[in-house]
Design a protein around this ligand. Sequence first.
Ligand SMILES: Nc1ncnc2c1ncn2[C@@H]1O[C@H](COP(=O)(O)OP(=O)(O)OP(=O)(O)O)[C@@H](O)[C@H]1O
Ligand SMILES: [Mg+2]
Ligand SMILES: [Zn+2]
Length: 367
Amino acid sequence: MSVAIYRKYRPKSFGDLLGQEHIIEILKNAAIRDRIAHGYLFYGTRGSGKTTVARILAKVANCETRAKDKKFHDKGEPCNTCPRCIELDEGRALDVVEIDAASNRGIDEIRSLKESVRLSPTVAKHKIYIIDETHQLTKEAFNALLKTLEEPPAHAIFILATTEFEKVPATISSRTQRFHFKKLPIESIIKKLETISKTEKMDIEKDAIELIAAVADGSFRDAETLIDQITSLEDKVTVESVEKIIGKVGFTRIAELAGFILENDLNKSLEYIATFQNNGLNIVDLAKELIHYLRRALALKADPKLEEIFKNDLTERERETLKSHSEKINPEKHISLIRDLIRSYSDMRYSPFASIPLEVTLIEHLK
Ligand SMILES: Nc1ncnc2c1ncn2[C@@H]1O[C@H](COP(=O)(O)OP(=O)(O)OP(=O)(O)O)[C@@H](O)[C@H]1O
Ligand SMILES: [Mg+2]
Ligand SMILES: [Zn+2]
């Protein structure tokens, strides 16, 4: 594959975005009413759409079809076919300056920002500055930016993006409209990965997709980069191959072991651990994931409403499994098991015989 998946599948219109609905709605409305602001600050989870939305908003602001066609204008979307939209998609729009504050280039451009901002746009209606990794700007650069944000010329739009909101000075953030980009729910990441795998004709198991989506932990970019990497290594991607590559155990596997434990089945639990090790998988990680799993089952038993929150990172099928396991939880008994598992987990990390603390704990508790 020549183009990285995450670039190839970057949404081109607001309508293509998954999640972040509240943000999209406000921005579309602003576009429809011609009330696009001069300063925006997009902050939140990595790989959740900040740069993507910034570029769509920039297209909307400069799109020529929108300027000409009233009916199209009221869709609040870019046309993606006029010269302004195309230039932007191809990264060669003269009036859209993307500054990466993390690199030296950023520093220079911010220095000249004060002057360049005053000049009218070359061809487009607005001059747009997209400043990525804003929190990395130097003090000097923040000062230059502050001056321009205080009195922006009518044609200027600033879109700042950062994963670290707290590091942006309040003087800057208070002069912008702020939008919080949340982690994306696992179900929407799975949906997009499924579409990509179909289009790219990847041979990849559903369980493998689910594991990739879980590991991405709310970031589309992480999910897309992972699927890219893994499919370039293997022709047929199974959950086992993903587990090996990322060194993390899938939900199904953990749930299986937890099931044996909750049924008090010592033999099956020990056999499971032996097979697991024979397959060359990481037993310390298994213990950690097991603790998380049991902790969740316990919490769900205590408060069934938590299922709603688990929707963010568990699929429906996974939630069903967890729920049935939570019904088997005996708080008194399993709290002490979890405590001992935590202790054995820290022993395991430093032991040359990593599986022993785990096995001993299970032998003590499942009798
Ligand atoms: N909401 C979304 N819907 C669909 N795809 C998305 C979404 N968010 C991100 N992506 C995918 O992830 C890739 C990375 O997104 P983007 O660059 O916008 O993230 P970001 O929030 O700017 O991340 P970072 O904080 O790391 O800069 C995009 O190219 C796109 O393929
Ligand atoms: Mg970004
Ligand atoms: Zn256009």
